[in-house]
Design a protein around this ligand. Sequence first.
Ligand SMILES: C[S@@+](CC[C@H](N)C(=O)[O-])C[C@H]1O[C@@H](n2cnc3c(N)ncnc32)[C@H](O)[C@@H]1O
Length: 283
Amino acid sequence: MTRSQSVVRYLVGTYKSPTSMLAPLWRVVPLNATTEQVLGLDLAEQRAYLENLWQFNHHPKQARSAHHDDLYGHSKGIGFLRRFNQLPCTVESRRARADLLRELNPAASRILILGDDDLLAVELAQRGFRHVTVADCDERLLERIRDETKDLATPPQIIAADFRAGFVWDGHADVIFLDPPYSVSGAEAFLQLAIAHAAPKSRIYLMINPFVVGRPFSQVITRAVHAGYHLAKQRPSFNGYPIGWFESTILRLAWRYFLGVQNAPKAPEQLYFCSDCFEFQRG
Ligand SMILES: C[S@@+](CC[C@H](N)C(=O)[O-])C[C@H]1O[C@@H](n2cnc3c(N)ncnc32)[C@H](O)[C@@H]1O
């Protein structure tokens, strides 16, 4: 290990150290929950996460749009500081999620989406799904969904709620999509609401990068199993999220300092974060 690698690893390691003099400096930076989570991982977990992103960016399996379509016209801001952890996925990822429902009847199936900066509710409403309910804490995002679907015959039902305080909805859904913050507490809070509003024979699709959560991710699976679900399928790297120049620079530096990959094949210009799709079924 080079001297500079050791320095960078030491600095990152101080983030979660209760005794480090540098920790209070870290705390001043208003990082989003996912970034905090990554900084709190141990070195082996951080390496696994960076390797996952390396594989995703160097061995792309699906076509990816470097730019968003019209639907994603709004600004993303600097990712590490972004509001509510929002980072819209690629157009291909959004469509692939909607494709998961291909065999369902759009006139009858009840769909619930918890957290929707990826605008899946718009995609599904455009495909003719008549019973879509979408909930999120971001009023601006919900306004955008309302605006994009106002001319459709059956726009989604929209609920503004901060899930940490629960949300009021007396319906039940056949399929529930979850896009939680990447932490055990974030995933469990979203999953708990999904379970409470799931029809007896239901499916839950959880979009999350398990490498960001680290070893405790098994707790999330266990919670679903205790509620009567089984993990029917895990689709690795199902979702791609185009990232901006600032995050890309940090990612390239992290690959270099944590994986020592400076002599490896050059990374593509546009970089992506990624997440898996976990499909839980009950009944
Ligand atoms: C959490 S973000 C997706 C996570 C992201 N893929 C990442 O990189 O961490 C998905 C949506 O959940 C919403 N969200 C986040 N926290 C929430 C909360 N406590 N209650 C309701 N919605 C929330 C955000 O506004 C956003 O639109």
